[in-house]
Design a protein around this ligand. Structure first.
Ligand code: OSB
Ligand code: MG
Length: 368
């Protein structure tokens, strides 16, 4: 495929409800979208970076810089045999995986259209329906959290993830288990603890959580391996995993029993396929994490979640949990069984709503 035109856009949209983790609160998202035009077809990708460099080093601004000054000039006007070839071309740039993923994923949408198949099928997806969970942030009070959980459980979501941090953990989990003794439950700490908290972390075992996500350092696997030897709750790594090699090493030293895959964090669909392969070979369950995506990133997450190894419910949930109006049509909806149907039509399977995108755009730049 020959890439004729690339457009970068930054959009800004308020969240329906603020989202708070151990590293901070988000009320409005700033999202860089990448539109690629090649041979009469159009593909969209999304940069999943947070507004501030708190989850990872990337922000909308760093992604814009890396895309404008490096990635876009490298691909523009050239002939490519596949999105994976482009992913290989991006490899010399160290880091900036979210910037890379946005552009590569847009190319996958074009490739799927060229082949006349769905994005899910183009990457090797087989599941026609994916299991969904929700990630619920830190609330102003525990009773508010319990109400939110009740709402999502009755909506049908298959598992609940709550954010934890020192001071918002044991008491909160205790309260949740009183009301929801049998709900599939997990906790995500976003690196809020250290090994010095070992006695404290051991107490998590009594809530029979499906897993605890990234309890220790954002760049660590060694301490996680030590912790995993001391606790019964399976550890799931998020922030520490940037490639299939990271997965291999983490599994090798026993740092985790489950892997959260995020397209932006690992650098796109090609890398995600590799992570999926390594996990399948080692019998490690994988699931799709979320980054408060707009409909574009959400649609890519739905496709990735259709790979056969994505056996656990992901943080991929309905558009309306995030946005008054999403930027795709139809919006992503979740069935009463807590599943999303994977689109089978050629390409992304959701139509970017160009009017809505234009409405929320705060800057754009075109390259040809
Ligand atoms: O750690 O999984 C995380 C959101 C922003 C940054 C990090 C994380 C999250 C979520 C939200 O948990 C998942 C979602 O609903 O998109
Ligand atoms: Mg996480």
């Amino acid at each position: 495929m020959k890439i004729d035109r690339v457009e970068l856009r930054e959009i800004q949209m308020p969240l329906v409800h603020f989202f708070e983790t151990s590293f901070g609160r988000t009320t409005t998202r700033r999202i860089v979208l990448v539109r690629v035009d090649a041979e009469g077809l159009t593909g969209w990708g999304e940069v999943t970076a947070g507004e501030e460099p708190l989850y990872s080093h990337e922000t909308p601004e760093t992604a814009w810089h890396i895309l404008r000054d490096f990635l876009v000039p490298w691909v523009l006007g050239k002939e490519w045999t596949s999105p994976s070839e482009v992913a290989a071309r991006f490899r010399p740039i160290r880091g900036h995986n979210m910037a890379k993923a946005a552009l590569e994923n847009a190319l996958w949408v074009i490739e799927a259209q060229q082949k006349g198949i769905s994005l899910a099928r183009a990457i090797g997806g087989t599941l026609e329906e994916i299991p969904c969970g929700v990630s619920i942030g830190i609330q102003s009070g525990v009773e508010e959290l319990v109400e939110r959980i009740a709402h999502e459980v009755s909506a049908g979501y298959q598992r609940i993830k709550v954010k934890v941090k020192p001071g918002w953990d044991i008491n909160v989990l205790e309260r949740i288990r009183t009301t929801f003794p049998r709900t599939a439950l997990m906790a995500d700490a976003n690196s809020a603890y250290t090994l010095a908290d070992l006695p404290h972390l051991k107490q998590f075992d009594r809530f029979y959580l499906m897993m605890i996500e990234q309890p220790l350092g954002w760049d660590d696997i060694i301490d996680h391996a030590k912790l995993q030897r001391e606790i019964a709750t399976p550890i799931c790594l998020d922030e520490s995993i940037h490639s299939s090699d990271d997965v291999r090493k983490a599994i090798e030293i026993g740092a985790c029993k489950i892997i959260n895959v995020k397209l932006g964090r690992v650098g796109g669909l090609t890398a995600a396929q590799r992570v999926h392969e390594v996990c399948r070979a080692k019998n490690i369950p994988v699931w799709c994490g979320g980054m408060l995506e707009s409909g574009i990133g959400r649609a890519h997450n739905v496709a990735m979640s259709s790979l056969p190894g994505f056996t656990l419910p992901g943080d991929v949930s309905a558009s309306q949990r995030y946005w008054a109006e999403d930027i795709i049509r139809p919006e992503v909806t979740v069935s009463a069984r807590g599943t999303i149907r994977v689109p089978q039509t050629p390409g992304l399977g959701y139509e970017p709503n160009l009017d809505r995108i234009e409405q929320v755009t705060i800057r754009k730049e075109r390259f040809r």
